[in-house]
Design a protein around this ligand. Structure first.
Ligand code: URA
Length: 213
């Protein structure tokens, strides 16, 4: 299946990604296997989300001649993990872009007000960098919206949002709040259930990644 892009949302349809994602969805897949698959998929998703990085040409000497070699232009990009499952995505992306800067955002939802409350925020200098925000699950979209708003306040100008699975509800909420931030996802699932889980989904990504349930 080829990639498809519509209204700022790219569904990355590479067969390897879809196959690995199906293995991750299975309830019987072990924690170790789930972690390994997420790492592998993250690398493949990173390949797609960085596809339009600008290039500059710098003269180098090959063993044979002088040559104008393409290299990534500008500052190192920045990967932001939304805790805690976002860290699983970022680890795989770092296999592909090991010199990227990395930031972490921790948010939880106040059960009474339903507002996103920040409990951790540590990011590098964001000015002039492409900032890729990673969270495996774009479910209600509230956490993603809050994280991106916070990053914009810190000076991020060019942002992309990367997830593994998304729900139509989450995409609508996120794109409504941040129409300037493109979304990359491996699949758009059917719906959210009453507990905010993506269906068919893969369960709680953090629990499955860290074996906490
Ligand atoms: N977060 C998860 O980990 N899984 C879901 O299905 C929704 C939100």
């Amino acid at each position: 299946m080829a990639n498809s892009t519509s209204e700022g949302v790219t569904v990355v349809g590479h067969p390897l990604i879809l196959h690995k994602l199906s293995l991750m969805r299975r309830a019987a897949t072990s924690t170790g296997k789930f972690r390994q698959l997420l790492r592998e998929i993250s690398l493949l998703l990173a390949y797609e989300v960085t596809r339009d990085l600008p290039l500059a040409y710098e003269p180098i000497d090959t063993p044979l001649t002088r040559y104008d070699a393409p290299t990534i232009e500008g500052k190192k990009l920045c990967l932001i993990a939304i805790l805690r499952a976002g860290d699983g995505l970022v680890q795989g992306m770092l296999d592909l872009v090991p010199s990227a800067r990395v930031g972490h955002i921790g948010l939880y939802r106040d059960p009474k007000t339903l507002q996103a409350i920040e409990y951790f925020y540590k990011v590098p200098d964001l000015a002039g960098r492409l900032v890729i925000v990673a969270d495996p699950m774009l479910a209600t979209g509230h956490t993603a919206v809050a994280a991106v708003s916070r990053l914009k306040k810190s000076g991020a100008k060019q942002i992309k949002f990367l997830c593994l699975l998304s729900a139509p509800e989450g995409i609508a909420t996120f794109r409504g709040a941040h129409p300037d931030v493109p979304v990359f996802t491996a699949a758009i699932d059917d719906h959210l259930n009453d507990h905010g889980y993506i269906v068919p989904g893969l369960g709680d990504a953090g629990d499955r990644l860290y074996g906490t349930k």
